[in-house]
Design a protein around this ligand. Structure first.
Ligand code: SF4
Length: 353
């Protein structure tokens, strides 16, 4: 199969099988940008409804640049990794300040915007503006490592350069955006991590992995970091009307801007939960608590950390103030962090039994 055969077959397949995704029908660089940011750590099925809701509320960078923290949290609900949304708002404000509210078509200007890393820059530049640069994500790495039979670690800089060259050589310059999206779809639908569907693959004719039976072995990835188990504690304080005490997470911390059950983060497992927890909560919030029994325990993973969050029943001795506020638990607009939301649900289920 020649280089142009590769593109011809891939694009013919894409014409018939491309995923119908709402951002593809818009031809709007802002929509492309938003979709790429949402897709960074979230599955397509989750992104689709959130994308529609977000674009209806913020149809252009100017609208989003002035969004309040609460509006941002509400618009990003269900997607997680809120730092992405804050960077997107920062980038949108830069577009307003530097580019009169229009997403710039120049790849360097795009790459200078907050939150636009190299992959996102190339994806927006190729899909929205037709710039001929290969956008290499995990899907594309997998397709090319298999197709070219690359047995080296795909995350090494030498292999990444080799992949960029291979993709660039096969890319028809006039159809860069379609080519990049076709590769993403091939990786997501056909050349999948487990059990690739080689029988229906448009580029199977000269696939090295298929010829050598190496589909399951490739791509070769670096060894995973061993996971680390962490115990964290928090408190559940309820008011008579059912409201729950929460604390806004500070800038610079994970999930900044969201609300969490008050907690000092990680405590060593062997420490006496009551005293250590009360002491740490006082140090963090300047408030005194009477700590009761554990009422919920949930698990949550962040990168290679496996976090067990143990939540204790507690009383607040004094009034809420500072970062501590009362929040209704039945208001979906309160942006509880995922671990706190899980803990509240676990506690509610326990109460229902
Ligand atoms: S033939 Fe199989 S392994 Fe090769 S690119 Fe296609 S789906 Fe992937």
């Amino acid at each position: 199969m020649t280089t142009s055969d590769f593109a011809t077959r891939l694009l013919a397949w894409y014409r018939r099988h491309a995923r119908r995704l709402p951002w593809r029908s818009r031809r709007d660089p802002w929509a492309t940008w938003v979709s790429e940011v949402m897709l960074q750590q979230t599955r397509v099925e989750v992104v689709i409804p959130a994308f529609e809701r977000f674009l209806a509320r913020f149809p252009n960078p100017r609208a989003f640049a002035s969004a309040s923290d609460d509006e941002l949290q509400e618009a990003w609900r269900g997607l997680g990794y809120y730092r992405r949304a804050r960077l997107l708002r920062e980038g949108a404000a830069e577009v307003v300040a530097r580019h009169r509210g229009r997403v710039p078509s120049d790849p360097d200007a795009l790459g200078a915007l907050a939150g636009v890393g190299d992959y996102t820059r190339v994806a927006i530049a190729s899909i929205a503006f037709g710039h001929a640069e290969p956008a290499i994500d995990g899907n594309v790495e997998r397709v090319f490592a298999r197709h070219a039979g690359i047995t080296a670690n795909v995350k090494s800089s030498a292999t990444r350069n080799r992949l960029a060259t291979l993709v660039g050589e096969r890319m028809p310059k006039a159809r860069a955006g379609d080519f990049n999206q076709a590769l993403m779809d091939l990786g997501a639908m056909v050349c999948t991590p487990r059990a690739p569907k080689c029988l229906v693959c448009p580029v199977a004719g000269d696939c090295e992995a298929r010829r050598l039976g190496l589909q399951q072995e490739l791509p070769r990835l670096p060894a995973r970091k061993p996971s680390v188990a962490i115990l964290a504690r928090a408190v559940l304080v309820r008011r008579k009307d059912g409201a729950v005490l929460g604390a806004r997470i500070r800038d610079g911390e994970i999930n900044a801007g969201q609300i969490e059950l008050p907690g000092p983060g990680i405590l060593a497992d062997h420490q006496d939960a009551g005293d250590a927890l009360a002491h740490a909560l006082h140090a963090r919030y300047g408030a005194r608590f009477e700590i009761g029994e554990p009422v919920a325990r949930v698990r949550h993973g962040i990168t290679h950390h496996r976090i067990a969050l143990e939540v204790h029943d507690a009383k607040l001795l004094g009034r809420a103030g500072g970062r501590l506020r009362w929040y209704p638990t039945d208001d979906p607009a309160v942006p509880w962090s995922t671990p706190s939301r899980k803990a509240l649900s676990a506690h509610a289920r326990r109460g229902a039994r």
